[in-house]
Design a binder for this molecule. Structure first.
Ligand code: VG1
Ligand code: CO
Length: 541
């Protein structure tokens, strides 16, 4: 087996976004595209020599081929060992846990998360550091810089490794350890939660439906929910990971998980419903007849955390991404703990978790997680809810009604305008930016602006500053409007408009109705219809 130095040249636009590098699958399949990026990861982290990495993906189309390429490139650059999930599969949270548990130097996760897969879908590569979390900006910048200078990549000429059996294999001089992708993760969940109490809940006839959306969490959910905890067989649906996610869009929200919503809205629907995304780090929570927004879920989890064995000593603090609603802030205030506001993307939570300044973190995009790993974790959030319901012996509807009565309700929605022209999107944001100084004290759609700025984050741990993280406009009475452009899309630009209003009296309104004035204010301020020609959002969640 010999190592080949392949001459190459920089490929444009290999800049990692909110969560790794995402492109059309066909782009990743173009000659040298994947290879250039992987070699640039080695360069960006100071070389692969002697290092141990974790490797796995969400099983989407091109996963199998890409895994073999990464293995041969890791070997050629001198890595000592790669721990890879059987059949090349690992959910993002399971990969994060393995990196930490095995003291690996880092990990590569092949996924475009909630983006559709298949030959016409998307593919992606994320690099995680030794704490198990997504590489911070200092590392992704170094990787990006390397993509702009690359002239050669190294690859071992070797046959494919058989990843279908667990055990040790060899790729050149590098050891490959093929592990069961579920076992370690399931053991971790058992340490965190009261499995006995959840099993008793199912024993008592509690019914749930978990929609794995033909993505990676299927095998994890089957083993944990059905086999270990005794949820009825068939509680986990769409449980077999498929390379194209069954032609679906593996994004757990009321639009893409409509089947689940329909089932949960039946009068005799299950007691609890949940779904996860392509790589298993997101979650959607429902009860019979109720959808819990991710922002509310984070707040309710924080308020009930001490019912969970792992968090019974209390939370050191909480953190939310800036566009996530302020519901959790109210809980933190009551608990007297720190509440951090970070830019969108899990990489910003890593330092806070490492320094124990936050125990629970969450994003409005259906991501919640804790200090047990350094990624958001879909199934963990589902088990968290189950454990809380088992301890409180109440329904999701009752739990949320009581929560809103105590804290008030942050009505919340996100309107996405997908696939708009990049130039138009940038102009729209620039237009808003230019207006910022004039906004305070003005009245928009009947709402009075109390503050308006562009969010920048100063990391309290490492002192780094991240600018340009979204335009936010606060109105009197607690309403808020946030505009930002997505960093995970692969076609044109996606404008995200985050809408929020706060009420203490009427707690059971329809969210879009409650947000009517904020929605009007968004269009007046950003001139969305006029600039984009779109009369309505592509997706409302
Ligand atoms: C989106 C979400 C963000 C999330 C990111 C990665 O980013 O808004 O909250 O962290 O996806 O999630 P953007 O830049 O498109 O808004 V995942 O599940 O794709 O790893
Ligand atoms: Co994801």
């Amino acid at each position: 087996m010999s190592i080949t130095n392949v001459k190459t040249s920089p490929i444009a636009n290999q800049k990692p976004g909110t969560s790794g590098l995402r492109k059309k699958t066909r782009v990743f399949q173009e000659p040298h595209f994947l290879e250039n990026f992987i070699q640039s990861i080695w360069t960006g982290i100071g070389g692969a020599q002697g290092k141990t990495f974790v490797l796995g993906g969400d099983g989407r189309f091109f996963n199998t081929e890409a895994i073999q390429i990464v293995l041969r490139m890791a070997s050629a650059s001198g890595a000592a060992r790669v721990i890879v999930g059987q059949n090349g599969l690992l959910s993002t949270p399971a990969a994060s846990h393995l990196i930490r548990k095995r003291g690996a130097d880092g990990g590569i996760i092949l996924s475009a998360s909630h983006n559709p897969g298949g030959p016409n879908g998307d593919f992606g590569v994320k690099y995680n550091i030794a704490n198990g979390g997504p590489a911070p900006e200092s590392v992704t910048s170094a990787i990006h810089a390397a993509t702009e200078e690359i002239s050669v990549f190294r690859i071992l000429e070797a046959p494919d490794v058989d990843l279908s059996l667990t055990g040790i294999a060899q790729v050149g001089r590098m050891e490959v350890e093929v592990v069961d992708p579920v076992a370690d993760y399931a053991a971790l969940m058992e340490e965190i939660f009261d499995f006995g109490a959840i099993a008793d809940l199912f024993e008592s006839g509690f019914r749930m439906r978990f929609d794995a959306m033909h993505a990676i969490t299927g095998p994890y959910a089957k083993l944990i929910l059905e086999n270990r905890l005794g949820a009825a067989k068939g509680s986990v649906v769409n449980a077999t990971p498929l390379p194209d996610f069954g032609q679906g869009h593996p994004d757990p929200n009321p639009i893409w998980a409509k089947d689940l919503v329909d089932a949960m809205m039946q009068p005799d629907g299950p007691d609890f419903g949940a779904a996860s995304d392509g790589d298993g780090d997101r979650n959607m929570i429902m009860g019979r007849g109720i959808y819990v927004t991710p922002s509310d879920s984070l707040a309710a989890m924080a308020a009930n955390a001490t019912l969970i064995p792992a968090y019974k000593g209390g939370l050191s603090g909480v953190a939310r991404s800036m566009p996530t609603s302020l519901a959790v802030d109210r809980v933190a205030e009551k608990l007297g703990i720190e509440c951090h506001e970070t830019p969108t993307g899990w990489k910003f939570f890593g330092n806070l978790l490492d320094a124990d300044r936050a125990t629970l973190c969450g994003e409005e995009s259906a991501g919640t997680g804790s200090n047990h790993i350094r990624e958001k974790d879909g199934l963990w959030a589902v088990l968290f809810w189950l454990n809380v319901l088992a301890a409180r012996k109440c329904s999701v509807t009752e739990l949320m009604a009581e929560h809103w009565k105590t804290y008030g309700r942050n009505y919340y929605s996100r309107h996405d305008y997908e696939g708009i022209d990049g130039g138009i999107a940038n102009d729209l944001m620039q237009g808003l930016r230019a207006k910022l100084p004039t906004l305070p004290d003005s009245i928009v759609a009947g709402l009075r602006v109390v503050a308006a700025d562009e969010f920048a984050y100063d990391d309290p741990i490492d002192g780094s500053r991240t600018e340009g993280q979204g335009i936010r406009i606060h109105f009197s009475g607690g309403a808020r409007l946030v505009f930002r452009l997505s960093g995970t899309g692969t076609v044109g630009a996606t404008l995200r408009v985050y809408l929020e209003t706060y009420e203490t009296d009427v707690l059971d309104r329809d969210a879009q109705e409650a947000l009517d004035a904020v929605i009007k204010a968004a269009d007046q301020l950003a001139m969305i219809v006029k600039r984009t020609g779109r009369k309505r959002p592509t997706v409302i969640t």
